[in-house]
Ligand binder design. Structure first.
Ligand SMILES: Cc1ncc(C[n+]2csc(CCOP(=O)(O)OP(=O)(O)O)c2C)c(N)n1
Ligand SMILES: [Mg+2]
Length: 561
């Protein structure tokens, strides 16, 4: 067997032994040994292979698969610019702690720096974003190679899982492959290519034991739950329940309908007078909150404890008093202030009512109503895009039984269609996504799925306002910038989304009103797109009115404390 084929087969086999069940591949010639090995493993039922033309989409597909399954997912590319297209997903995976394995094919050393075709410097291409980089030496038919490849695969999986005490994240193996690149079946390798007996990994992982400190926090604590793992969210909700603390949870914390949650919390915190009258003695930050300046101000305005990994915790205001290695566990007979949570929840309920009244007076299908409807209709998995959709979902409030995934690591609007496709494929059941139109367009290639590929059951709802509505709610949306605004922030595009879907033969529906939306959201198999047209200027104006309505109903609470 030729060395490139031997390496590719052994590597894929060892990754499967280490827990890999899905892999993503983009086409190319230098990566041919890996492509053949993955195809073979797929045919044998050892893993499921997904092939995508666009490497940027491929990497986000792998990200979605890894996020929804919790398992490491390799993404394989050929050499050259193909490798750079993985970078956005690598950055997201690094900051959202997702185990991605980047397997990039490269030329052998003698062809590097010579002007050989499709050759770029791939060594440490992703810089500090990866937990481990290894330049995998050009394979040679000599004893010792199998132990090298198998142990390296195990090291890569351990680093991606965060076993070394760091957070989970991406790992990059750059594979120098020398021709021949197509398989032969000659039985002439100088040692056995087999791994350990019984499908065991070469090096077994013993994950580090979970560490959680004893709870010593004060009675008037508020929990801020950002983008967090299900385990962290569950632990934080347990503690908050035991202590009677209010919880402010971003959508991708997936906090369900826990009794501790403060409804419409983002709008409540947006009322400075109310927040000043209800300052906590401590803020416990779990996961990464990124959605709201008001939530950021809460953590900045009170001493905070942050749950985080070594060298990686969330503290933009630089106010963290302590970093905790895990969510504290309830201890002894803690001090509880019964009025504390009640005050926060009363404000939340009042805000929720003000929001409902403002939205029903508005009529039609305003963007927060679209988010509310999608949340209601979504089964147990919803992927939400950055920008306004995720903020509208924050408003729509929690819902029991739904897991919400969002790319909040780097909060890009790129790759979200593919992330949703990956999450839906890993999930295996009906999945929904809620995206803005720019977010959708940015990854329109996510709809390009070849005829032989596994297809997701995914309904992508596009809140279509012909540009970036979020900017209308920020400073640049102010009257004084009106002349520049539309072209450089609004960025209208006039794309016909139905025609775009038709190009990939993706079923498409335009939902014109609430009944139409509800009908379009009824469960159906396959991948489909539902467009809801909204008005950007109206969205920004409504945002202001919702905030004003909440400020008005909470004005009494400021005086009452
Ligand atoms: C890759 C990337 N480029 C640019 C941005 C900056 N950005 C943040 S929100 C946004 C607009 C998104 O518009 P859309 O998806 O239509 O959502 P809307 O706000 O209109 O609901 C942009 C360009 C980003 N987050 N990621
Ligand atoms: Mg938009």
């Amino acid at each position: 067997m030729n060395p490139s084929t031997a390496l590719a087969r052994v590597l894929v086999d060892e990754l499967v032994r280490g827990g890999v069940r899905e892999a993503v591949l983009s086409p190319g010639s230098r990566s041919a040994p890996l492509a053949f090995a993955l195809h073979r493993a797929d045919a044998a039922g050892a893993l499921r292979l997904h092939v995508r033309i666009d490497e940027r989409s491929a990497a986000f597909l792998a990200l979605g698969l890894a996020k929804a399954s919790g398992r490491p997912v390799p993404v394989v590319t050929t050499s050259g610019t193909a490798t750079a297209n993985l970078h956005p997903a690598v950055l997201e995976a690094a900051q959202a702690h997702v185990p991605l394995l980047l397997l990039t094919a490269d030329r052998p050393p003698e062809l590097r720096g010579t002007g050989a075709n499709q050759t770029v410097d791939q060594v440490k291409l992703y810089g500090s974003a990866v937990r481990l980089f290894a330049e995998v030496g050009t394979p040679e038919a000599r004893p010792g190679q199998v132990a090298y490849w198998r142990s390296l695969a195990c090291r890569a999986l351990a680093a991606a899982a965060g076993d070394a005490g760091t957070a989970p994240g991406p790992v990059h193996l750059n594979l120098a492959l020398r021709e021949p690149l197509v398989p032969d079946e000659a039985d002439d390798w100088p040692e056995t290519l087999d791994g350990r007996p019984g499908s065991a990994p070469w090096t077994a992982r013993v994950p580090p034991a979970a560490t959680a400190p004893q709870d010593d926090l004060p009675a008037r604590t508020v929990v801020v739950l950002g983008d967090a793992t299900p385990a962290r969210t569950a632990a934080a909700l347990r503690l908050a329940e035991a202590r009677g603390w209010p919880v402010v949870a971003e959508p991708s914390a997936s906090a369900g309908d826990a009794t501790t949650l403060v409804p419409a919390a983002e709008l409540v915190l947006g009322v400075p007078g109310w927040t000043a009258a209800h300052l906590p003695d401590r803020v416990l930050v779990v996961g990464r909150p990124t959605l709201s300046r008001a939530v950021g101000r809460l953590a900045a305005g009170a001493p905070s404890d942050v749950v985080g990994e070594a060298g990686d915790w969330s503290d933009p205001p630089r106010s963290a008093g302590r970093v905790l290695p895990g969510v504290p566990v309830p201890a002894g007979d803690p001090d509880v202030d019964p009025g504390w949570r009640a005050a926060w929840q009363a404000a939340g309920r009042a805000a929720e009512q003000a929001v409902a009244a403002t939205l029903s007076a508005q009529g039609g299908l305003p963007e927060p109503v679209v988010a509310r409807e999608v949340l209601r209709a979504a089964g147990d998995l919803l992927v939400v895009g950055s920008s306004k959709p995720v903020r509208d979902l924050f408003l729509a409030g929690p819902r029991a039984g739904v897991r919400v995934l969002a790319n909040r690591g780097a909060a890009g609007i790129d790759g979200t269609v593919s992330t949703a496709v990956g999450a839906a494929l890993a999930h295996g059941g009906p999945t929904y996504a809620l995206l803005g139109d720019l977010t959708f367009l940015h990854d329109a290639n996510g709809l390009v799925i070849g005829p032989g590929e596994p297809r997701p059951d995914l309904t992508v709802v596009v809140v279509s306002n012909d540009g970036g509505a979020i900017f209308g709610t920020l400073e640049q949306g102010g009257e004084e910038h009106a002349e520049a605004f539309e072209r450089v922030f609004g960025t209208p595009h006039g794309v016909d989304l139905g025609a775009l879907c038709a190009a990939t033969r993706t079923p498409y529906a335009l939902a014109a009103d609430l009944d139409g939306l509800r009908a379009a959201l009824a469960p159906a198999p396959g991948l489909r797109v539902v467009e809801v047209r909204t008005d950007r200027a109206q969205a920004a104006e409504l945002d202001g009115r919702l905030r004003a309505a909440v400020a008005q109903v909470l004005a009494g609470g400021q005086r009452g404390g």
